[in-house]
Design a protein around this ligand. Structure first.
Ligand code: MN
Length: 230
């Protein structure tokens, strides 16, 4: 057995609904936007683009999430999460769904002010998207139980007030296209998550806010935003 200088870090994982075994996380890919937004004018969608989050920053969507440092504009983005169970490179769209093992409901949490500053300076978004506890996900629902949803409401409310409301059928690039496009760029492997983009209505969160969200037929969650660590 390989000896390590430091103890092996804990393997990040998510629970699987109705199953003792957990889903070990490998990489977390996030697709930009991917729903029609007001002001788009029905424009032809650009090719899907992605960024990444650290796998050990994914938290189970329960209890509370910390208000992160260095921001005054901490934003929610609810997203349909695809969990890959079979790896592949250059996957054809017609084969893509065969690589999906489960689905979940996630939050792509964003320090929006840092993102705006990075864009304005022509710098990477990294600091706005990748930080401790920057993503949540519900327990995964295996394809063997929920199949491959084609439609279903995706919604998020803050303190009972609706913020984001759309339908999975509104995705500009459907899941098979996302998998196919992503796999032209990288080799997908079991344990990879794909956050598939967010509907319009993203907005700021404040300490003490109660977030509820879900996707019909996939899952739902409730979270509280904790006070910032001082
Ligand atoms: Mn997002």
């Amino acid at each position: 057995m390989t000896s390590l200088v430091f103890a092996r870090p804990a393997q990040p994982s998510l629970p699987v609904q109705g199953c003792e075994a957990r889903f070990a996380l490998r990489r977390v890919y996030c697709i930009g936007r991917n729903y029609p937004w007001p002001g788009d004018g029905g424009a032809v969608p650009e090719a899907p683009f992605y960024f990444m989050k650290p796998a050990d920053a994914v938290c189970l969507a329960e209890g509370s999430i910390p208000y992160p440092p260095l921001t005054a504009d901490f934003c929610h983005e609810i997203e349909w999460v695809v969990a890959i169970g079979r790896g592949g490179f250059s996957i054809a769209p017609e084969d893509a769904l065969g690589h999906v093992w489960a689905y979940g409901v996630g939050l792509d949490l964003t320090r929006r002010d840092l993102q705006h500053a990075a864009k304005a300076a022509g710098r990477p978004w990294e600091g706005s998207k990748a930080f401790d506890a920057c993503a949540t996900c519900t327990p995964l629902r295996p394809v063997s139980e929920v199949g491959h949803p084609r439609r279903g409401a995706i919604w998020l409310s803050v303190n009972g007030v609706p913020r984001q409301q759309a339908d999975l059928a509104d995705l500009l690039h459907p899941v098979e296209q996302l998998i196919s496009a992503l796999s032209q760029s990288v080799t997908l492997q079991p344990g990879d998550l794909i956050y598939t983009g967010t509907p319009a209505g993203v907005g700021p969160l404040l300490p003490g806010d109660r977030i509820s969200g879900g996707i019909a037929g996939v899952g739902q969650f409730e979270l509280t935003v904790a006070a910032p660590t001082t």
